[in-house]
Design a protein around this ligand. Structure first.
Ligand code: FAD
Length: 597
């Protein structure tokens, strides 16, 4: 079985053709001087080498060996420290960091591909730099200049890592009920106490310091989410000259034994009066943390596509080599005892489902990354405001729909291997175990769906939705006479109209039925995701139809046709479920859920 190869051609197609990145970048002064097509391609090609040659080969052992805990110290799997060193020396941790503090200032559209490659190679490995990048982003957006100067450069260089400490044993989805306390000290710092659980990379042996971003409550703060502040709590305190000083009183009590991503240390972190420094203003911590969480949420979607890409590459190769049964239309390889399983419609359906979801997902994450770049780098205030609203609307879709589809893809990849997918040898079962977490952490996909429908659609009476709807409608109108795109544009228009109608239904019904939003949310997110992927497929087809003589573009159109014919119709099931309302969910008495009653 061949190793992972980054899908360079597809990434270049999205960057240069579908989203015309160079043109966009040329309108952004902060980016225009940094990057052009050749630089972007060179970065992608270096990323492809590092991830396939250095990181991917560590993935299997990282699952078998796992991260280990001894007396508060964590050892990462063999090879992680050396690979991490190479990752840092290559400047990958600084790629999209703030240039004023040692970052390279590259656009997210480019970085998202490097993230995908790293996730494809090894989710366990990728999580360490990913959390650091997210923590750096939150500090860069919300910390004082002095704090940025103290921490960012060493975090971009990878010398220090970052974490995100939110979850407590009794406070997961509902962070408002957290109990971690931050007591003000005379010198302006705070003493933090409490226990945080499930902290990714809370302890490890890759970096010389770890900068924990911790959410806690200052005594007297308002109840609930509005009383949460954010603190920087370094593992090692810093001396006045910036060198490492005393060990802070934050320790790793244990690590979790879990279903997958075994090479990623998931830590219980105990804060025993640990010295911490307030980031920004008191009680705004949850807002600040959303900067990091939104970054991580798109990253989770990309993580899903990364794993599903690896699964697809292996499944496609296996399917053409494995011979079982004969084609329904007569032997395709009469010289052999059987045909390759790729002749069977059901095997093709599995492979095409995977590929259409993966390529649709990659296009969607690039689209969201483009909006993030407009927010960050554009000079045009209207464009910035629109992009901000699209990011708010689409982030929960990217997190939840992309990871749901990725889990489906990895399950199908495993199925292509038959029984060989269930045993250790081929790596498929590891991908299924590893990718499952992406649906759960960073806010479960159920919570993402509530965020989409409750906060991003209903709360603003569909205003953000209308913006996205108008953009897709403009695309449909522009291509109404384009016969080559008929297969894409007509079904997209139909699906968009259905989504619009069901959005209006929910907007009306929710004032009558208080459970309507909760009862509809996951189906709504799925319908929204299907429309979004259809839009992405139409954007890709628009470019591919113009050059359909090359294999690459032909394959795009075949896979796109499959998506529209066989995946998009799922939208009708989701809409029917929403239309059924909340009654069938809410009428059974609570006691009857437990069989012992
Ligand atoms: C491997 C791993 C790594 C992690 N890394 C980190 C990390 O680095 N930092 C960090 O802070 N946390 C981390 N987490 C924690 C993770 O983000 C939480 O586990 C997740 O957000 C869910 O919280 P919970 O486990 O408390 O589940 P709960 O909140 O108890 O949820 C249980 C179920 O109830 C549902 N539910 C809860 N509330 C509602 C509601 N209001 N409406 C509808 N449904 C609801 C949920 O969707 C879920 O299905 C990690 C977790 C794991 C397993």
């Amino acid at each position: 079985m061949s190793d992972y190869q980054a899908p360079m051609r597809d990434m270049q197609f999205l960057l240069h053709e579908v989203f015309d990145a160079e043109n966009l970048w040329s309108t952004m002064p902060a980016v225009a001087e940094l990057i052009d097509k050749d630089t972007a391609d060179a970065i992608l090609s270096e990323g492809a080498k590092l991830t396939s040659a250095v990181i991917a080969p560590l993935n299997r052992n990282s699952d078998e060996q796992g991260a280990t805990w001894t007396n508060g110290d964590v050892t990462t799997p063999d090879g992680f420290a050396q690979a991490y060193q190479l990752y840092c020396e290559g400047g990958w941790g600084a790629l999209s960091g703030d240039p004023e503090h040692g970052g390279m200032g590259m656009p997210k559209m480019l970085q998202s591909f490097v993230e995908e490659m790293t996730q494809s190679a090894s989710i366990s490995f990728a999580l360490y730099p990913m959390l650091t990048a997210g923590a750096s982003l939150a500090l860069s957006a919300h910390a004082s200049n002095e704090m940025k100067q103290t921490y960012l450069e060493n975090m971009y260089s990878g010398k220090w890592a970052g974490t995100m400490c939110l979850t407590e044993p009794h406070a997961g989805s509902d962070l408002g009920i957290m109990t971690a306390k931050a007591q003000a000290l005379d010198d302006g710092s705070f003493a933090l106490s409490g226990t945080k659980i499930f902290i990714t990379g809370g302890e490890q042996d890759l970096t010389e310091n770890i900068i924990h971003l911790v959410l806690a409550k200052i005594p007297g703060a308002p109840e609930g989410p509005r009383g949460i502040s954010m603190f920087v709590v370094p593992k090692f305190l810093l001396n006045d000259d910036g060198s490492l000083g005393a060990r802070n009183t934050v320790t790793c009590g244990s690590i979790e034994h879990k279903m997958g991503i075994k090479g990623s240390a998931t830590c219980v972190m105990n804060f025993d009066g640990a010295k911490g420094f307030l980031v920004g203003e008191q009680n705004k911590g949850l807002n600040y943390m959303f900067t990091m969480m939104n970054y991580e949420r798109l990253g989770m979607g990309i993580q899903g596509v990364g794993a599903a890409e690896t699964s697809y590459q292996q499944a496609a190769e296996y399917a053409s080599e494995r011979i079982q049964g004969r084609s329904a239309t007569g032997a395709q390889s009469p010289d052999k005892k059987a045909d390759s399983i790729i002749v069977h419609p059901d095997v093709r359906k599995m492979l095409l489902t995977m590929r259409s979801l993966n390529e649709g997902g990659r296009c969607f994450s690039t689209y969201v990354a483009k909006q993030l770049d407009i927010v960050k780098f554009s000079d045009d205030n209207q464009a910035k405001q629109n992009a901000e609203q699209l990011v708010a609307l689409l982030t929960p879709v990217a997190k939840a729909f992309m990871t749901d589809m990725a889990f489906e893809s990895c399950g199908l990849g495993q199925m292509v291997f038959g029984g060989h997918g269930y045993v250790r040898e081929w790596g498929q079962e590891q991908l299924v175990r590893d990718v499952r977490i992406a649906q759960i952490y960073e806010g479960t996909n159920g919570i993402q769906a509530l965020d989409l429908l409750g906060r991003k659609v209903v709360a603003n009476k569909g205003q953000f939705f209308q913006l996205y709807f108008d953009e897709i409608t403009a695309f449909i109108d522009k291509n109404a006479e384009n016969e080559a795109l008929n297969n894409f544009v007509q079904p997209l228009a139909g699906a968009l109209a259905k989504l619009k109608a069901v959005t209006e239904l929910i907007l009306t019904e929710q004032s009558r039925d208080k459970n309507m939003v909760g009862a509809s949310a996951t189906d709504y997110l799925a319908a929204f995701g299907l429309v979004s992927y259809s839009y992405m497929w139409a954007l890709m087809a628009e470019k591919a139809t113009a050059q359909a003589t090359e294999d690459f573009y032909q394959a795009k159109l075949y896979v796109g046709d499959f998506f529209i014919a066989r995946i998009l119709p799922r939208i009708d099931g989701h809409i029917a479920a929403i239309e059924a309302g909340s009654k069938s969910l809410m009428t059974m008495p609570e006691g009857l859920f437990n069989y012992n009653h």
